[in-house]
Design a protein. Structure first.
Length: 317
């Protein structure tokens, strides 16, 4: 009789365990489906009045990487070290390659001990592409505008980070004046970055900043996401960002890992300050590439770093 009771108890515990496990899996699946639906609805319900695209056409075929970028974003859209007289000019810092996952793509390079910041020796270095004041209006986000940015990118598994910033994407204001009345344009509004904790572990980070305050002090950075770097390192990611530019704006950021269609990042924030402008001509523009601090230089690798980008799209409503 005691043996029979034990078997029943064991069976009940087993059924409970299996049910809990299945319920947990269903919840994960449901969350994944909800995130995927949100992404699809954001894309499908967006009525764009314009779209600017940038796509690689293959190494040693068609236009060069620099020609493609300038055609899409403008002649001064590239901030690569080899384009500045007093910078690292021995290497072309953005070139094209091809793989079996995304096809043709761009490769951005960074060299810890050789690259500067637009020809100037500083505590940071950059290799970026951007929209700027002479870019087409379709690339600029003015007050009241909503834009969608989409691209794919990948960082290598052996890329090293520091306790300071390593940005791969920025939404950055461009103001006519440096008046602090509305936050200034010195600090990016949104960043997608990598960083290292004091413990030494690497993190994938998405941040929001309200910029410089009227008194001149820097506003506290708000972290929208902090995740395990290993989840994204070595993986191609599909990134979707939708920004509505206003004092009480709205931001959506969805990042999907291509290998298994897993939604890694699912952010939707309303009533968020996305506006830094003071004049009607002020705007927000996107920047992609490698922009990193050298203050914790010893944490970075001396070897060449590579970050891969493809299939840029900027839609304006």
């Amino acid at each position: 009789m005691a043996v029979l009771l034990l078997n029943k108890t064991a069976r009940v515990m087993y059924i409970f365990f299996v049910s809990a496990l299945l319920f947990g899996c269903m919840n994960i699946s449901n969350d994944q489906n909800i995130a995927t639906t949100d992404i699809e609805q954001s894309r499908d319900n967006f009525v764009a009045t314009s779209e600017v695209t940038l796509k690689a056409d293959g190494e040693n075929h068609g236009d060069t990487a620099y020609e493609l970028i300038q055609e899409a974003f403008g002649k001064r859209a590239i901030e690569a070290p080899d384009l500045y007289r007093k910078d690292h000019r021995d290497v072309i810092h953005i070139h094209e390659n091809t793989d079996d996952i995304v096809g043709h793509h761009f490769v951005f390079l960074a060299h810890r001990d050789l690259d500067k910041n637009k020809g100037v020796t500083a505590d940071r270095q950059r290799n970026e592409i951007k929209a700027y004041d002479k870019s087409s209006e379709e690339l600029k986000g003015y007050l009241g505008d909503t834009l969608q940015y989409r691209w794919k990118f990948k960082v290598t598994k052996n890329m090293e980070l520091s306790r300071n910033f390593s940005h791969f994407f920025q939404l950055k204001a461009k103001n006519k004046s440096q008046d602090n009345a509305n936050g200034n344009d010195d600090h990016p509004v949104i960043t997608i970055s990598g960083g290292q904790y004091k413990s030494g572990s690497n993190r994938f980070i998405i941040s929001h900043s309200r910029g410089v305050q009227p008194g001149g002090s820097k506003a506290k950075v708000n972290y929208l996401y902090k995740g395990d770097w290993d989840v994204i390192a070595g993986e191609w990611l599909d990134v979707f960002v939708q920004a509505s530019y206003a004092e009480q704006g709205e931001i959506k950021i969805y990042i999907t890992r291509l290998r298994d269609k897993q939604v890694i990042v699912d952010i939707h924030k309303s009533n968020i300050d996305l506006w830094r402008g003071n004049a009607t001509t002020d705007f927000v523009r996107p920047k992609w590439g490698i922009y990193r601090s050298l203050k914790d230089k010893n944490s970075l690798r001396a070897e060449e770093e590579k970050v891969y980008f493809s299939d840029f799209s900027i839609k304006k409503q």
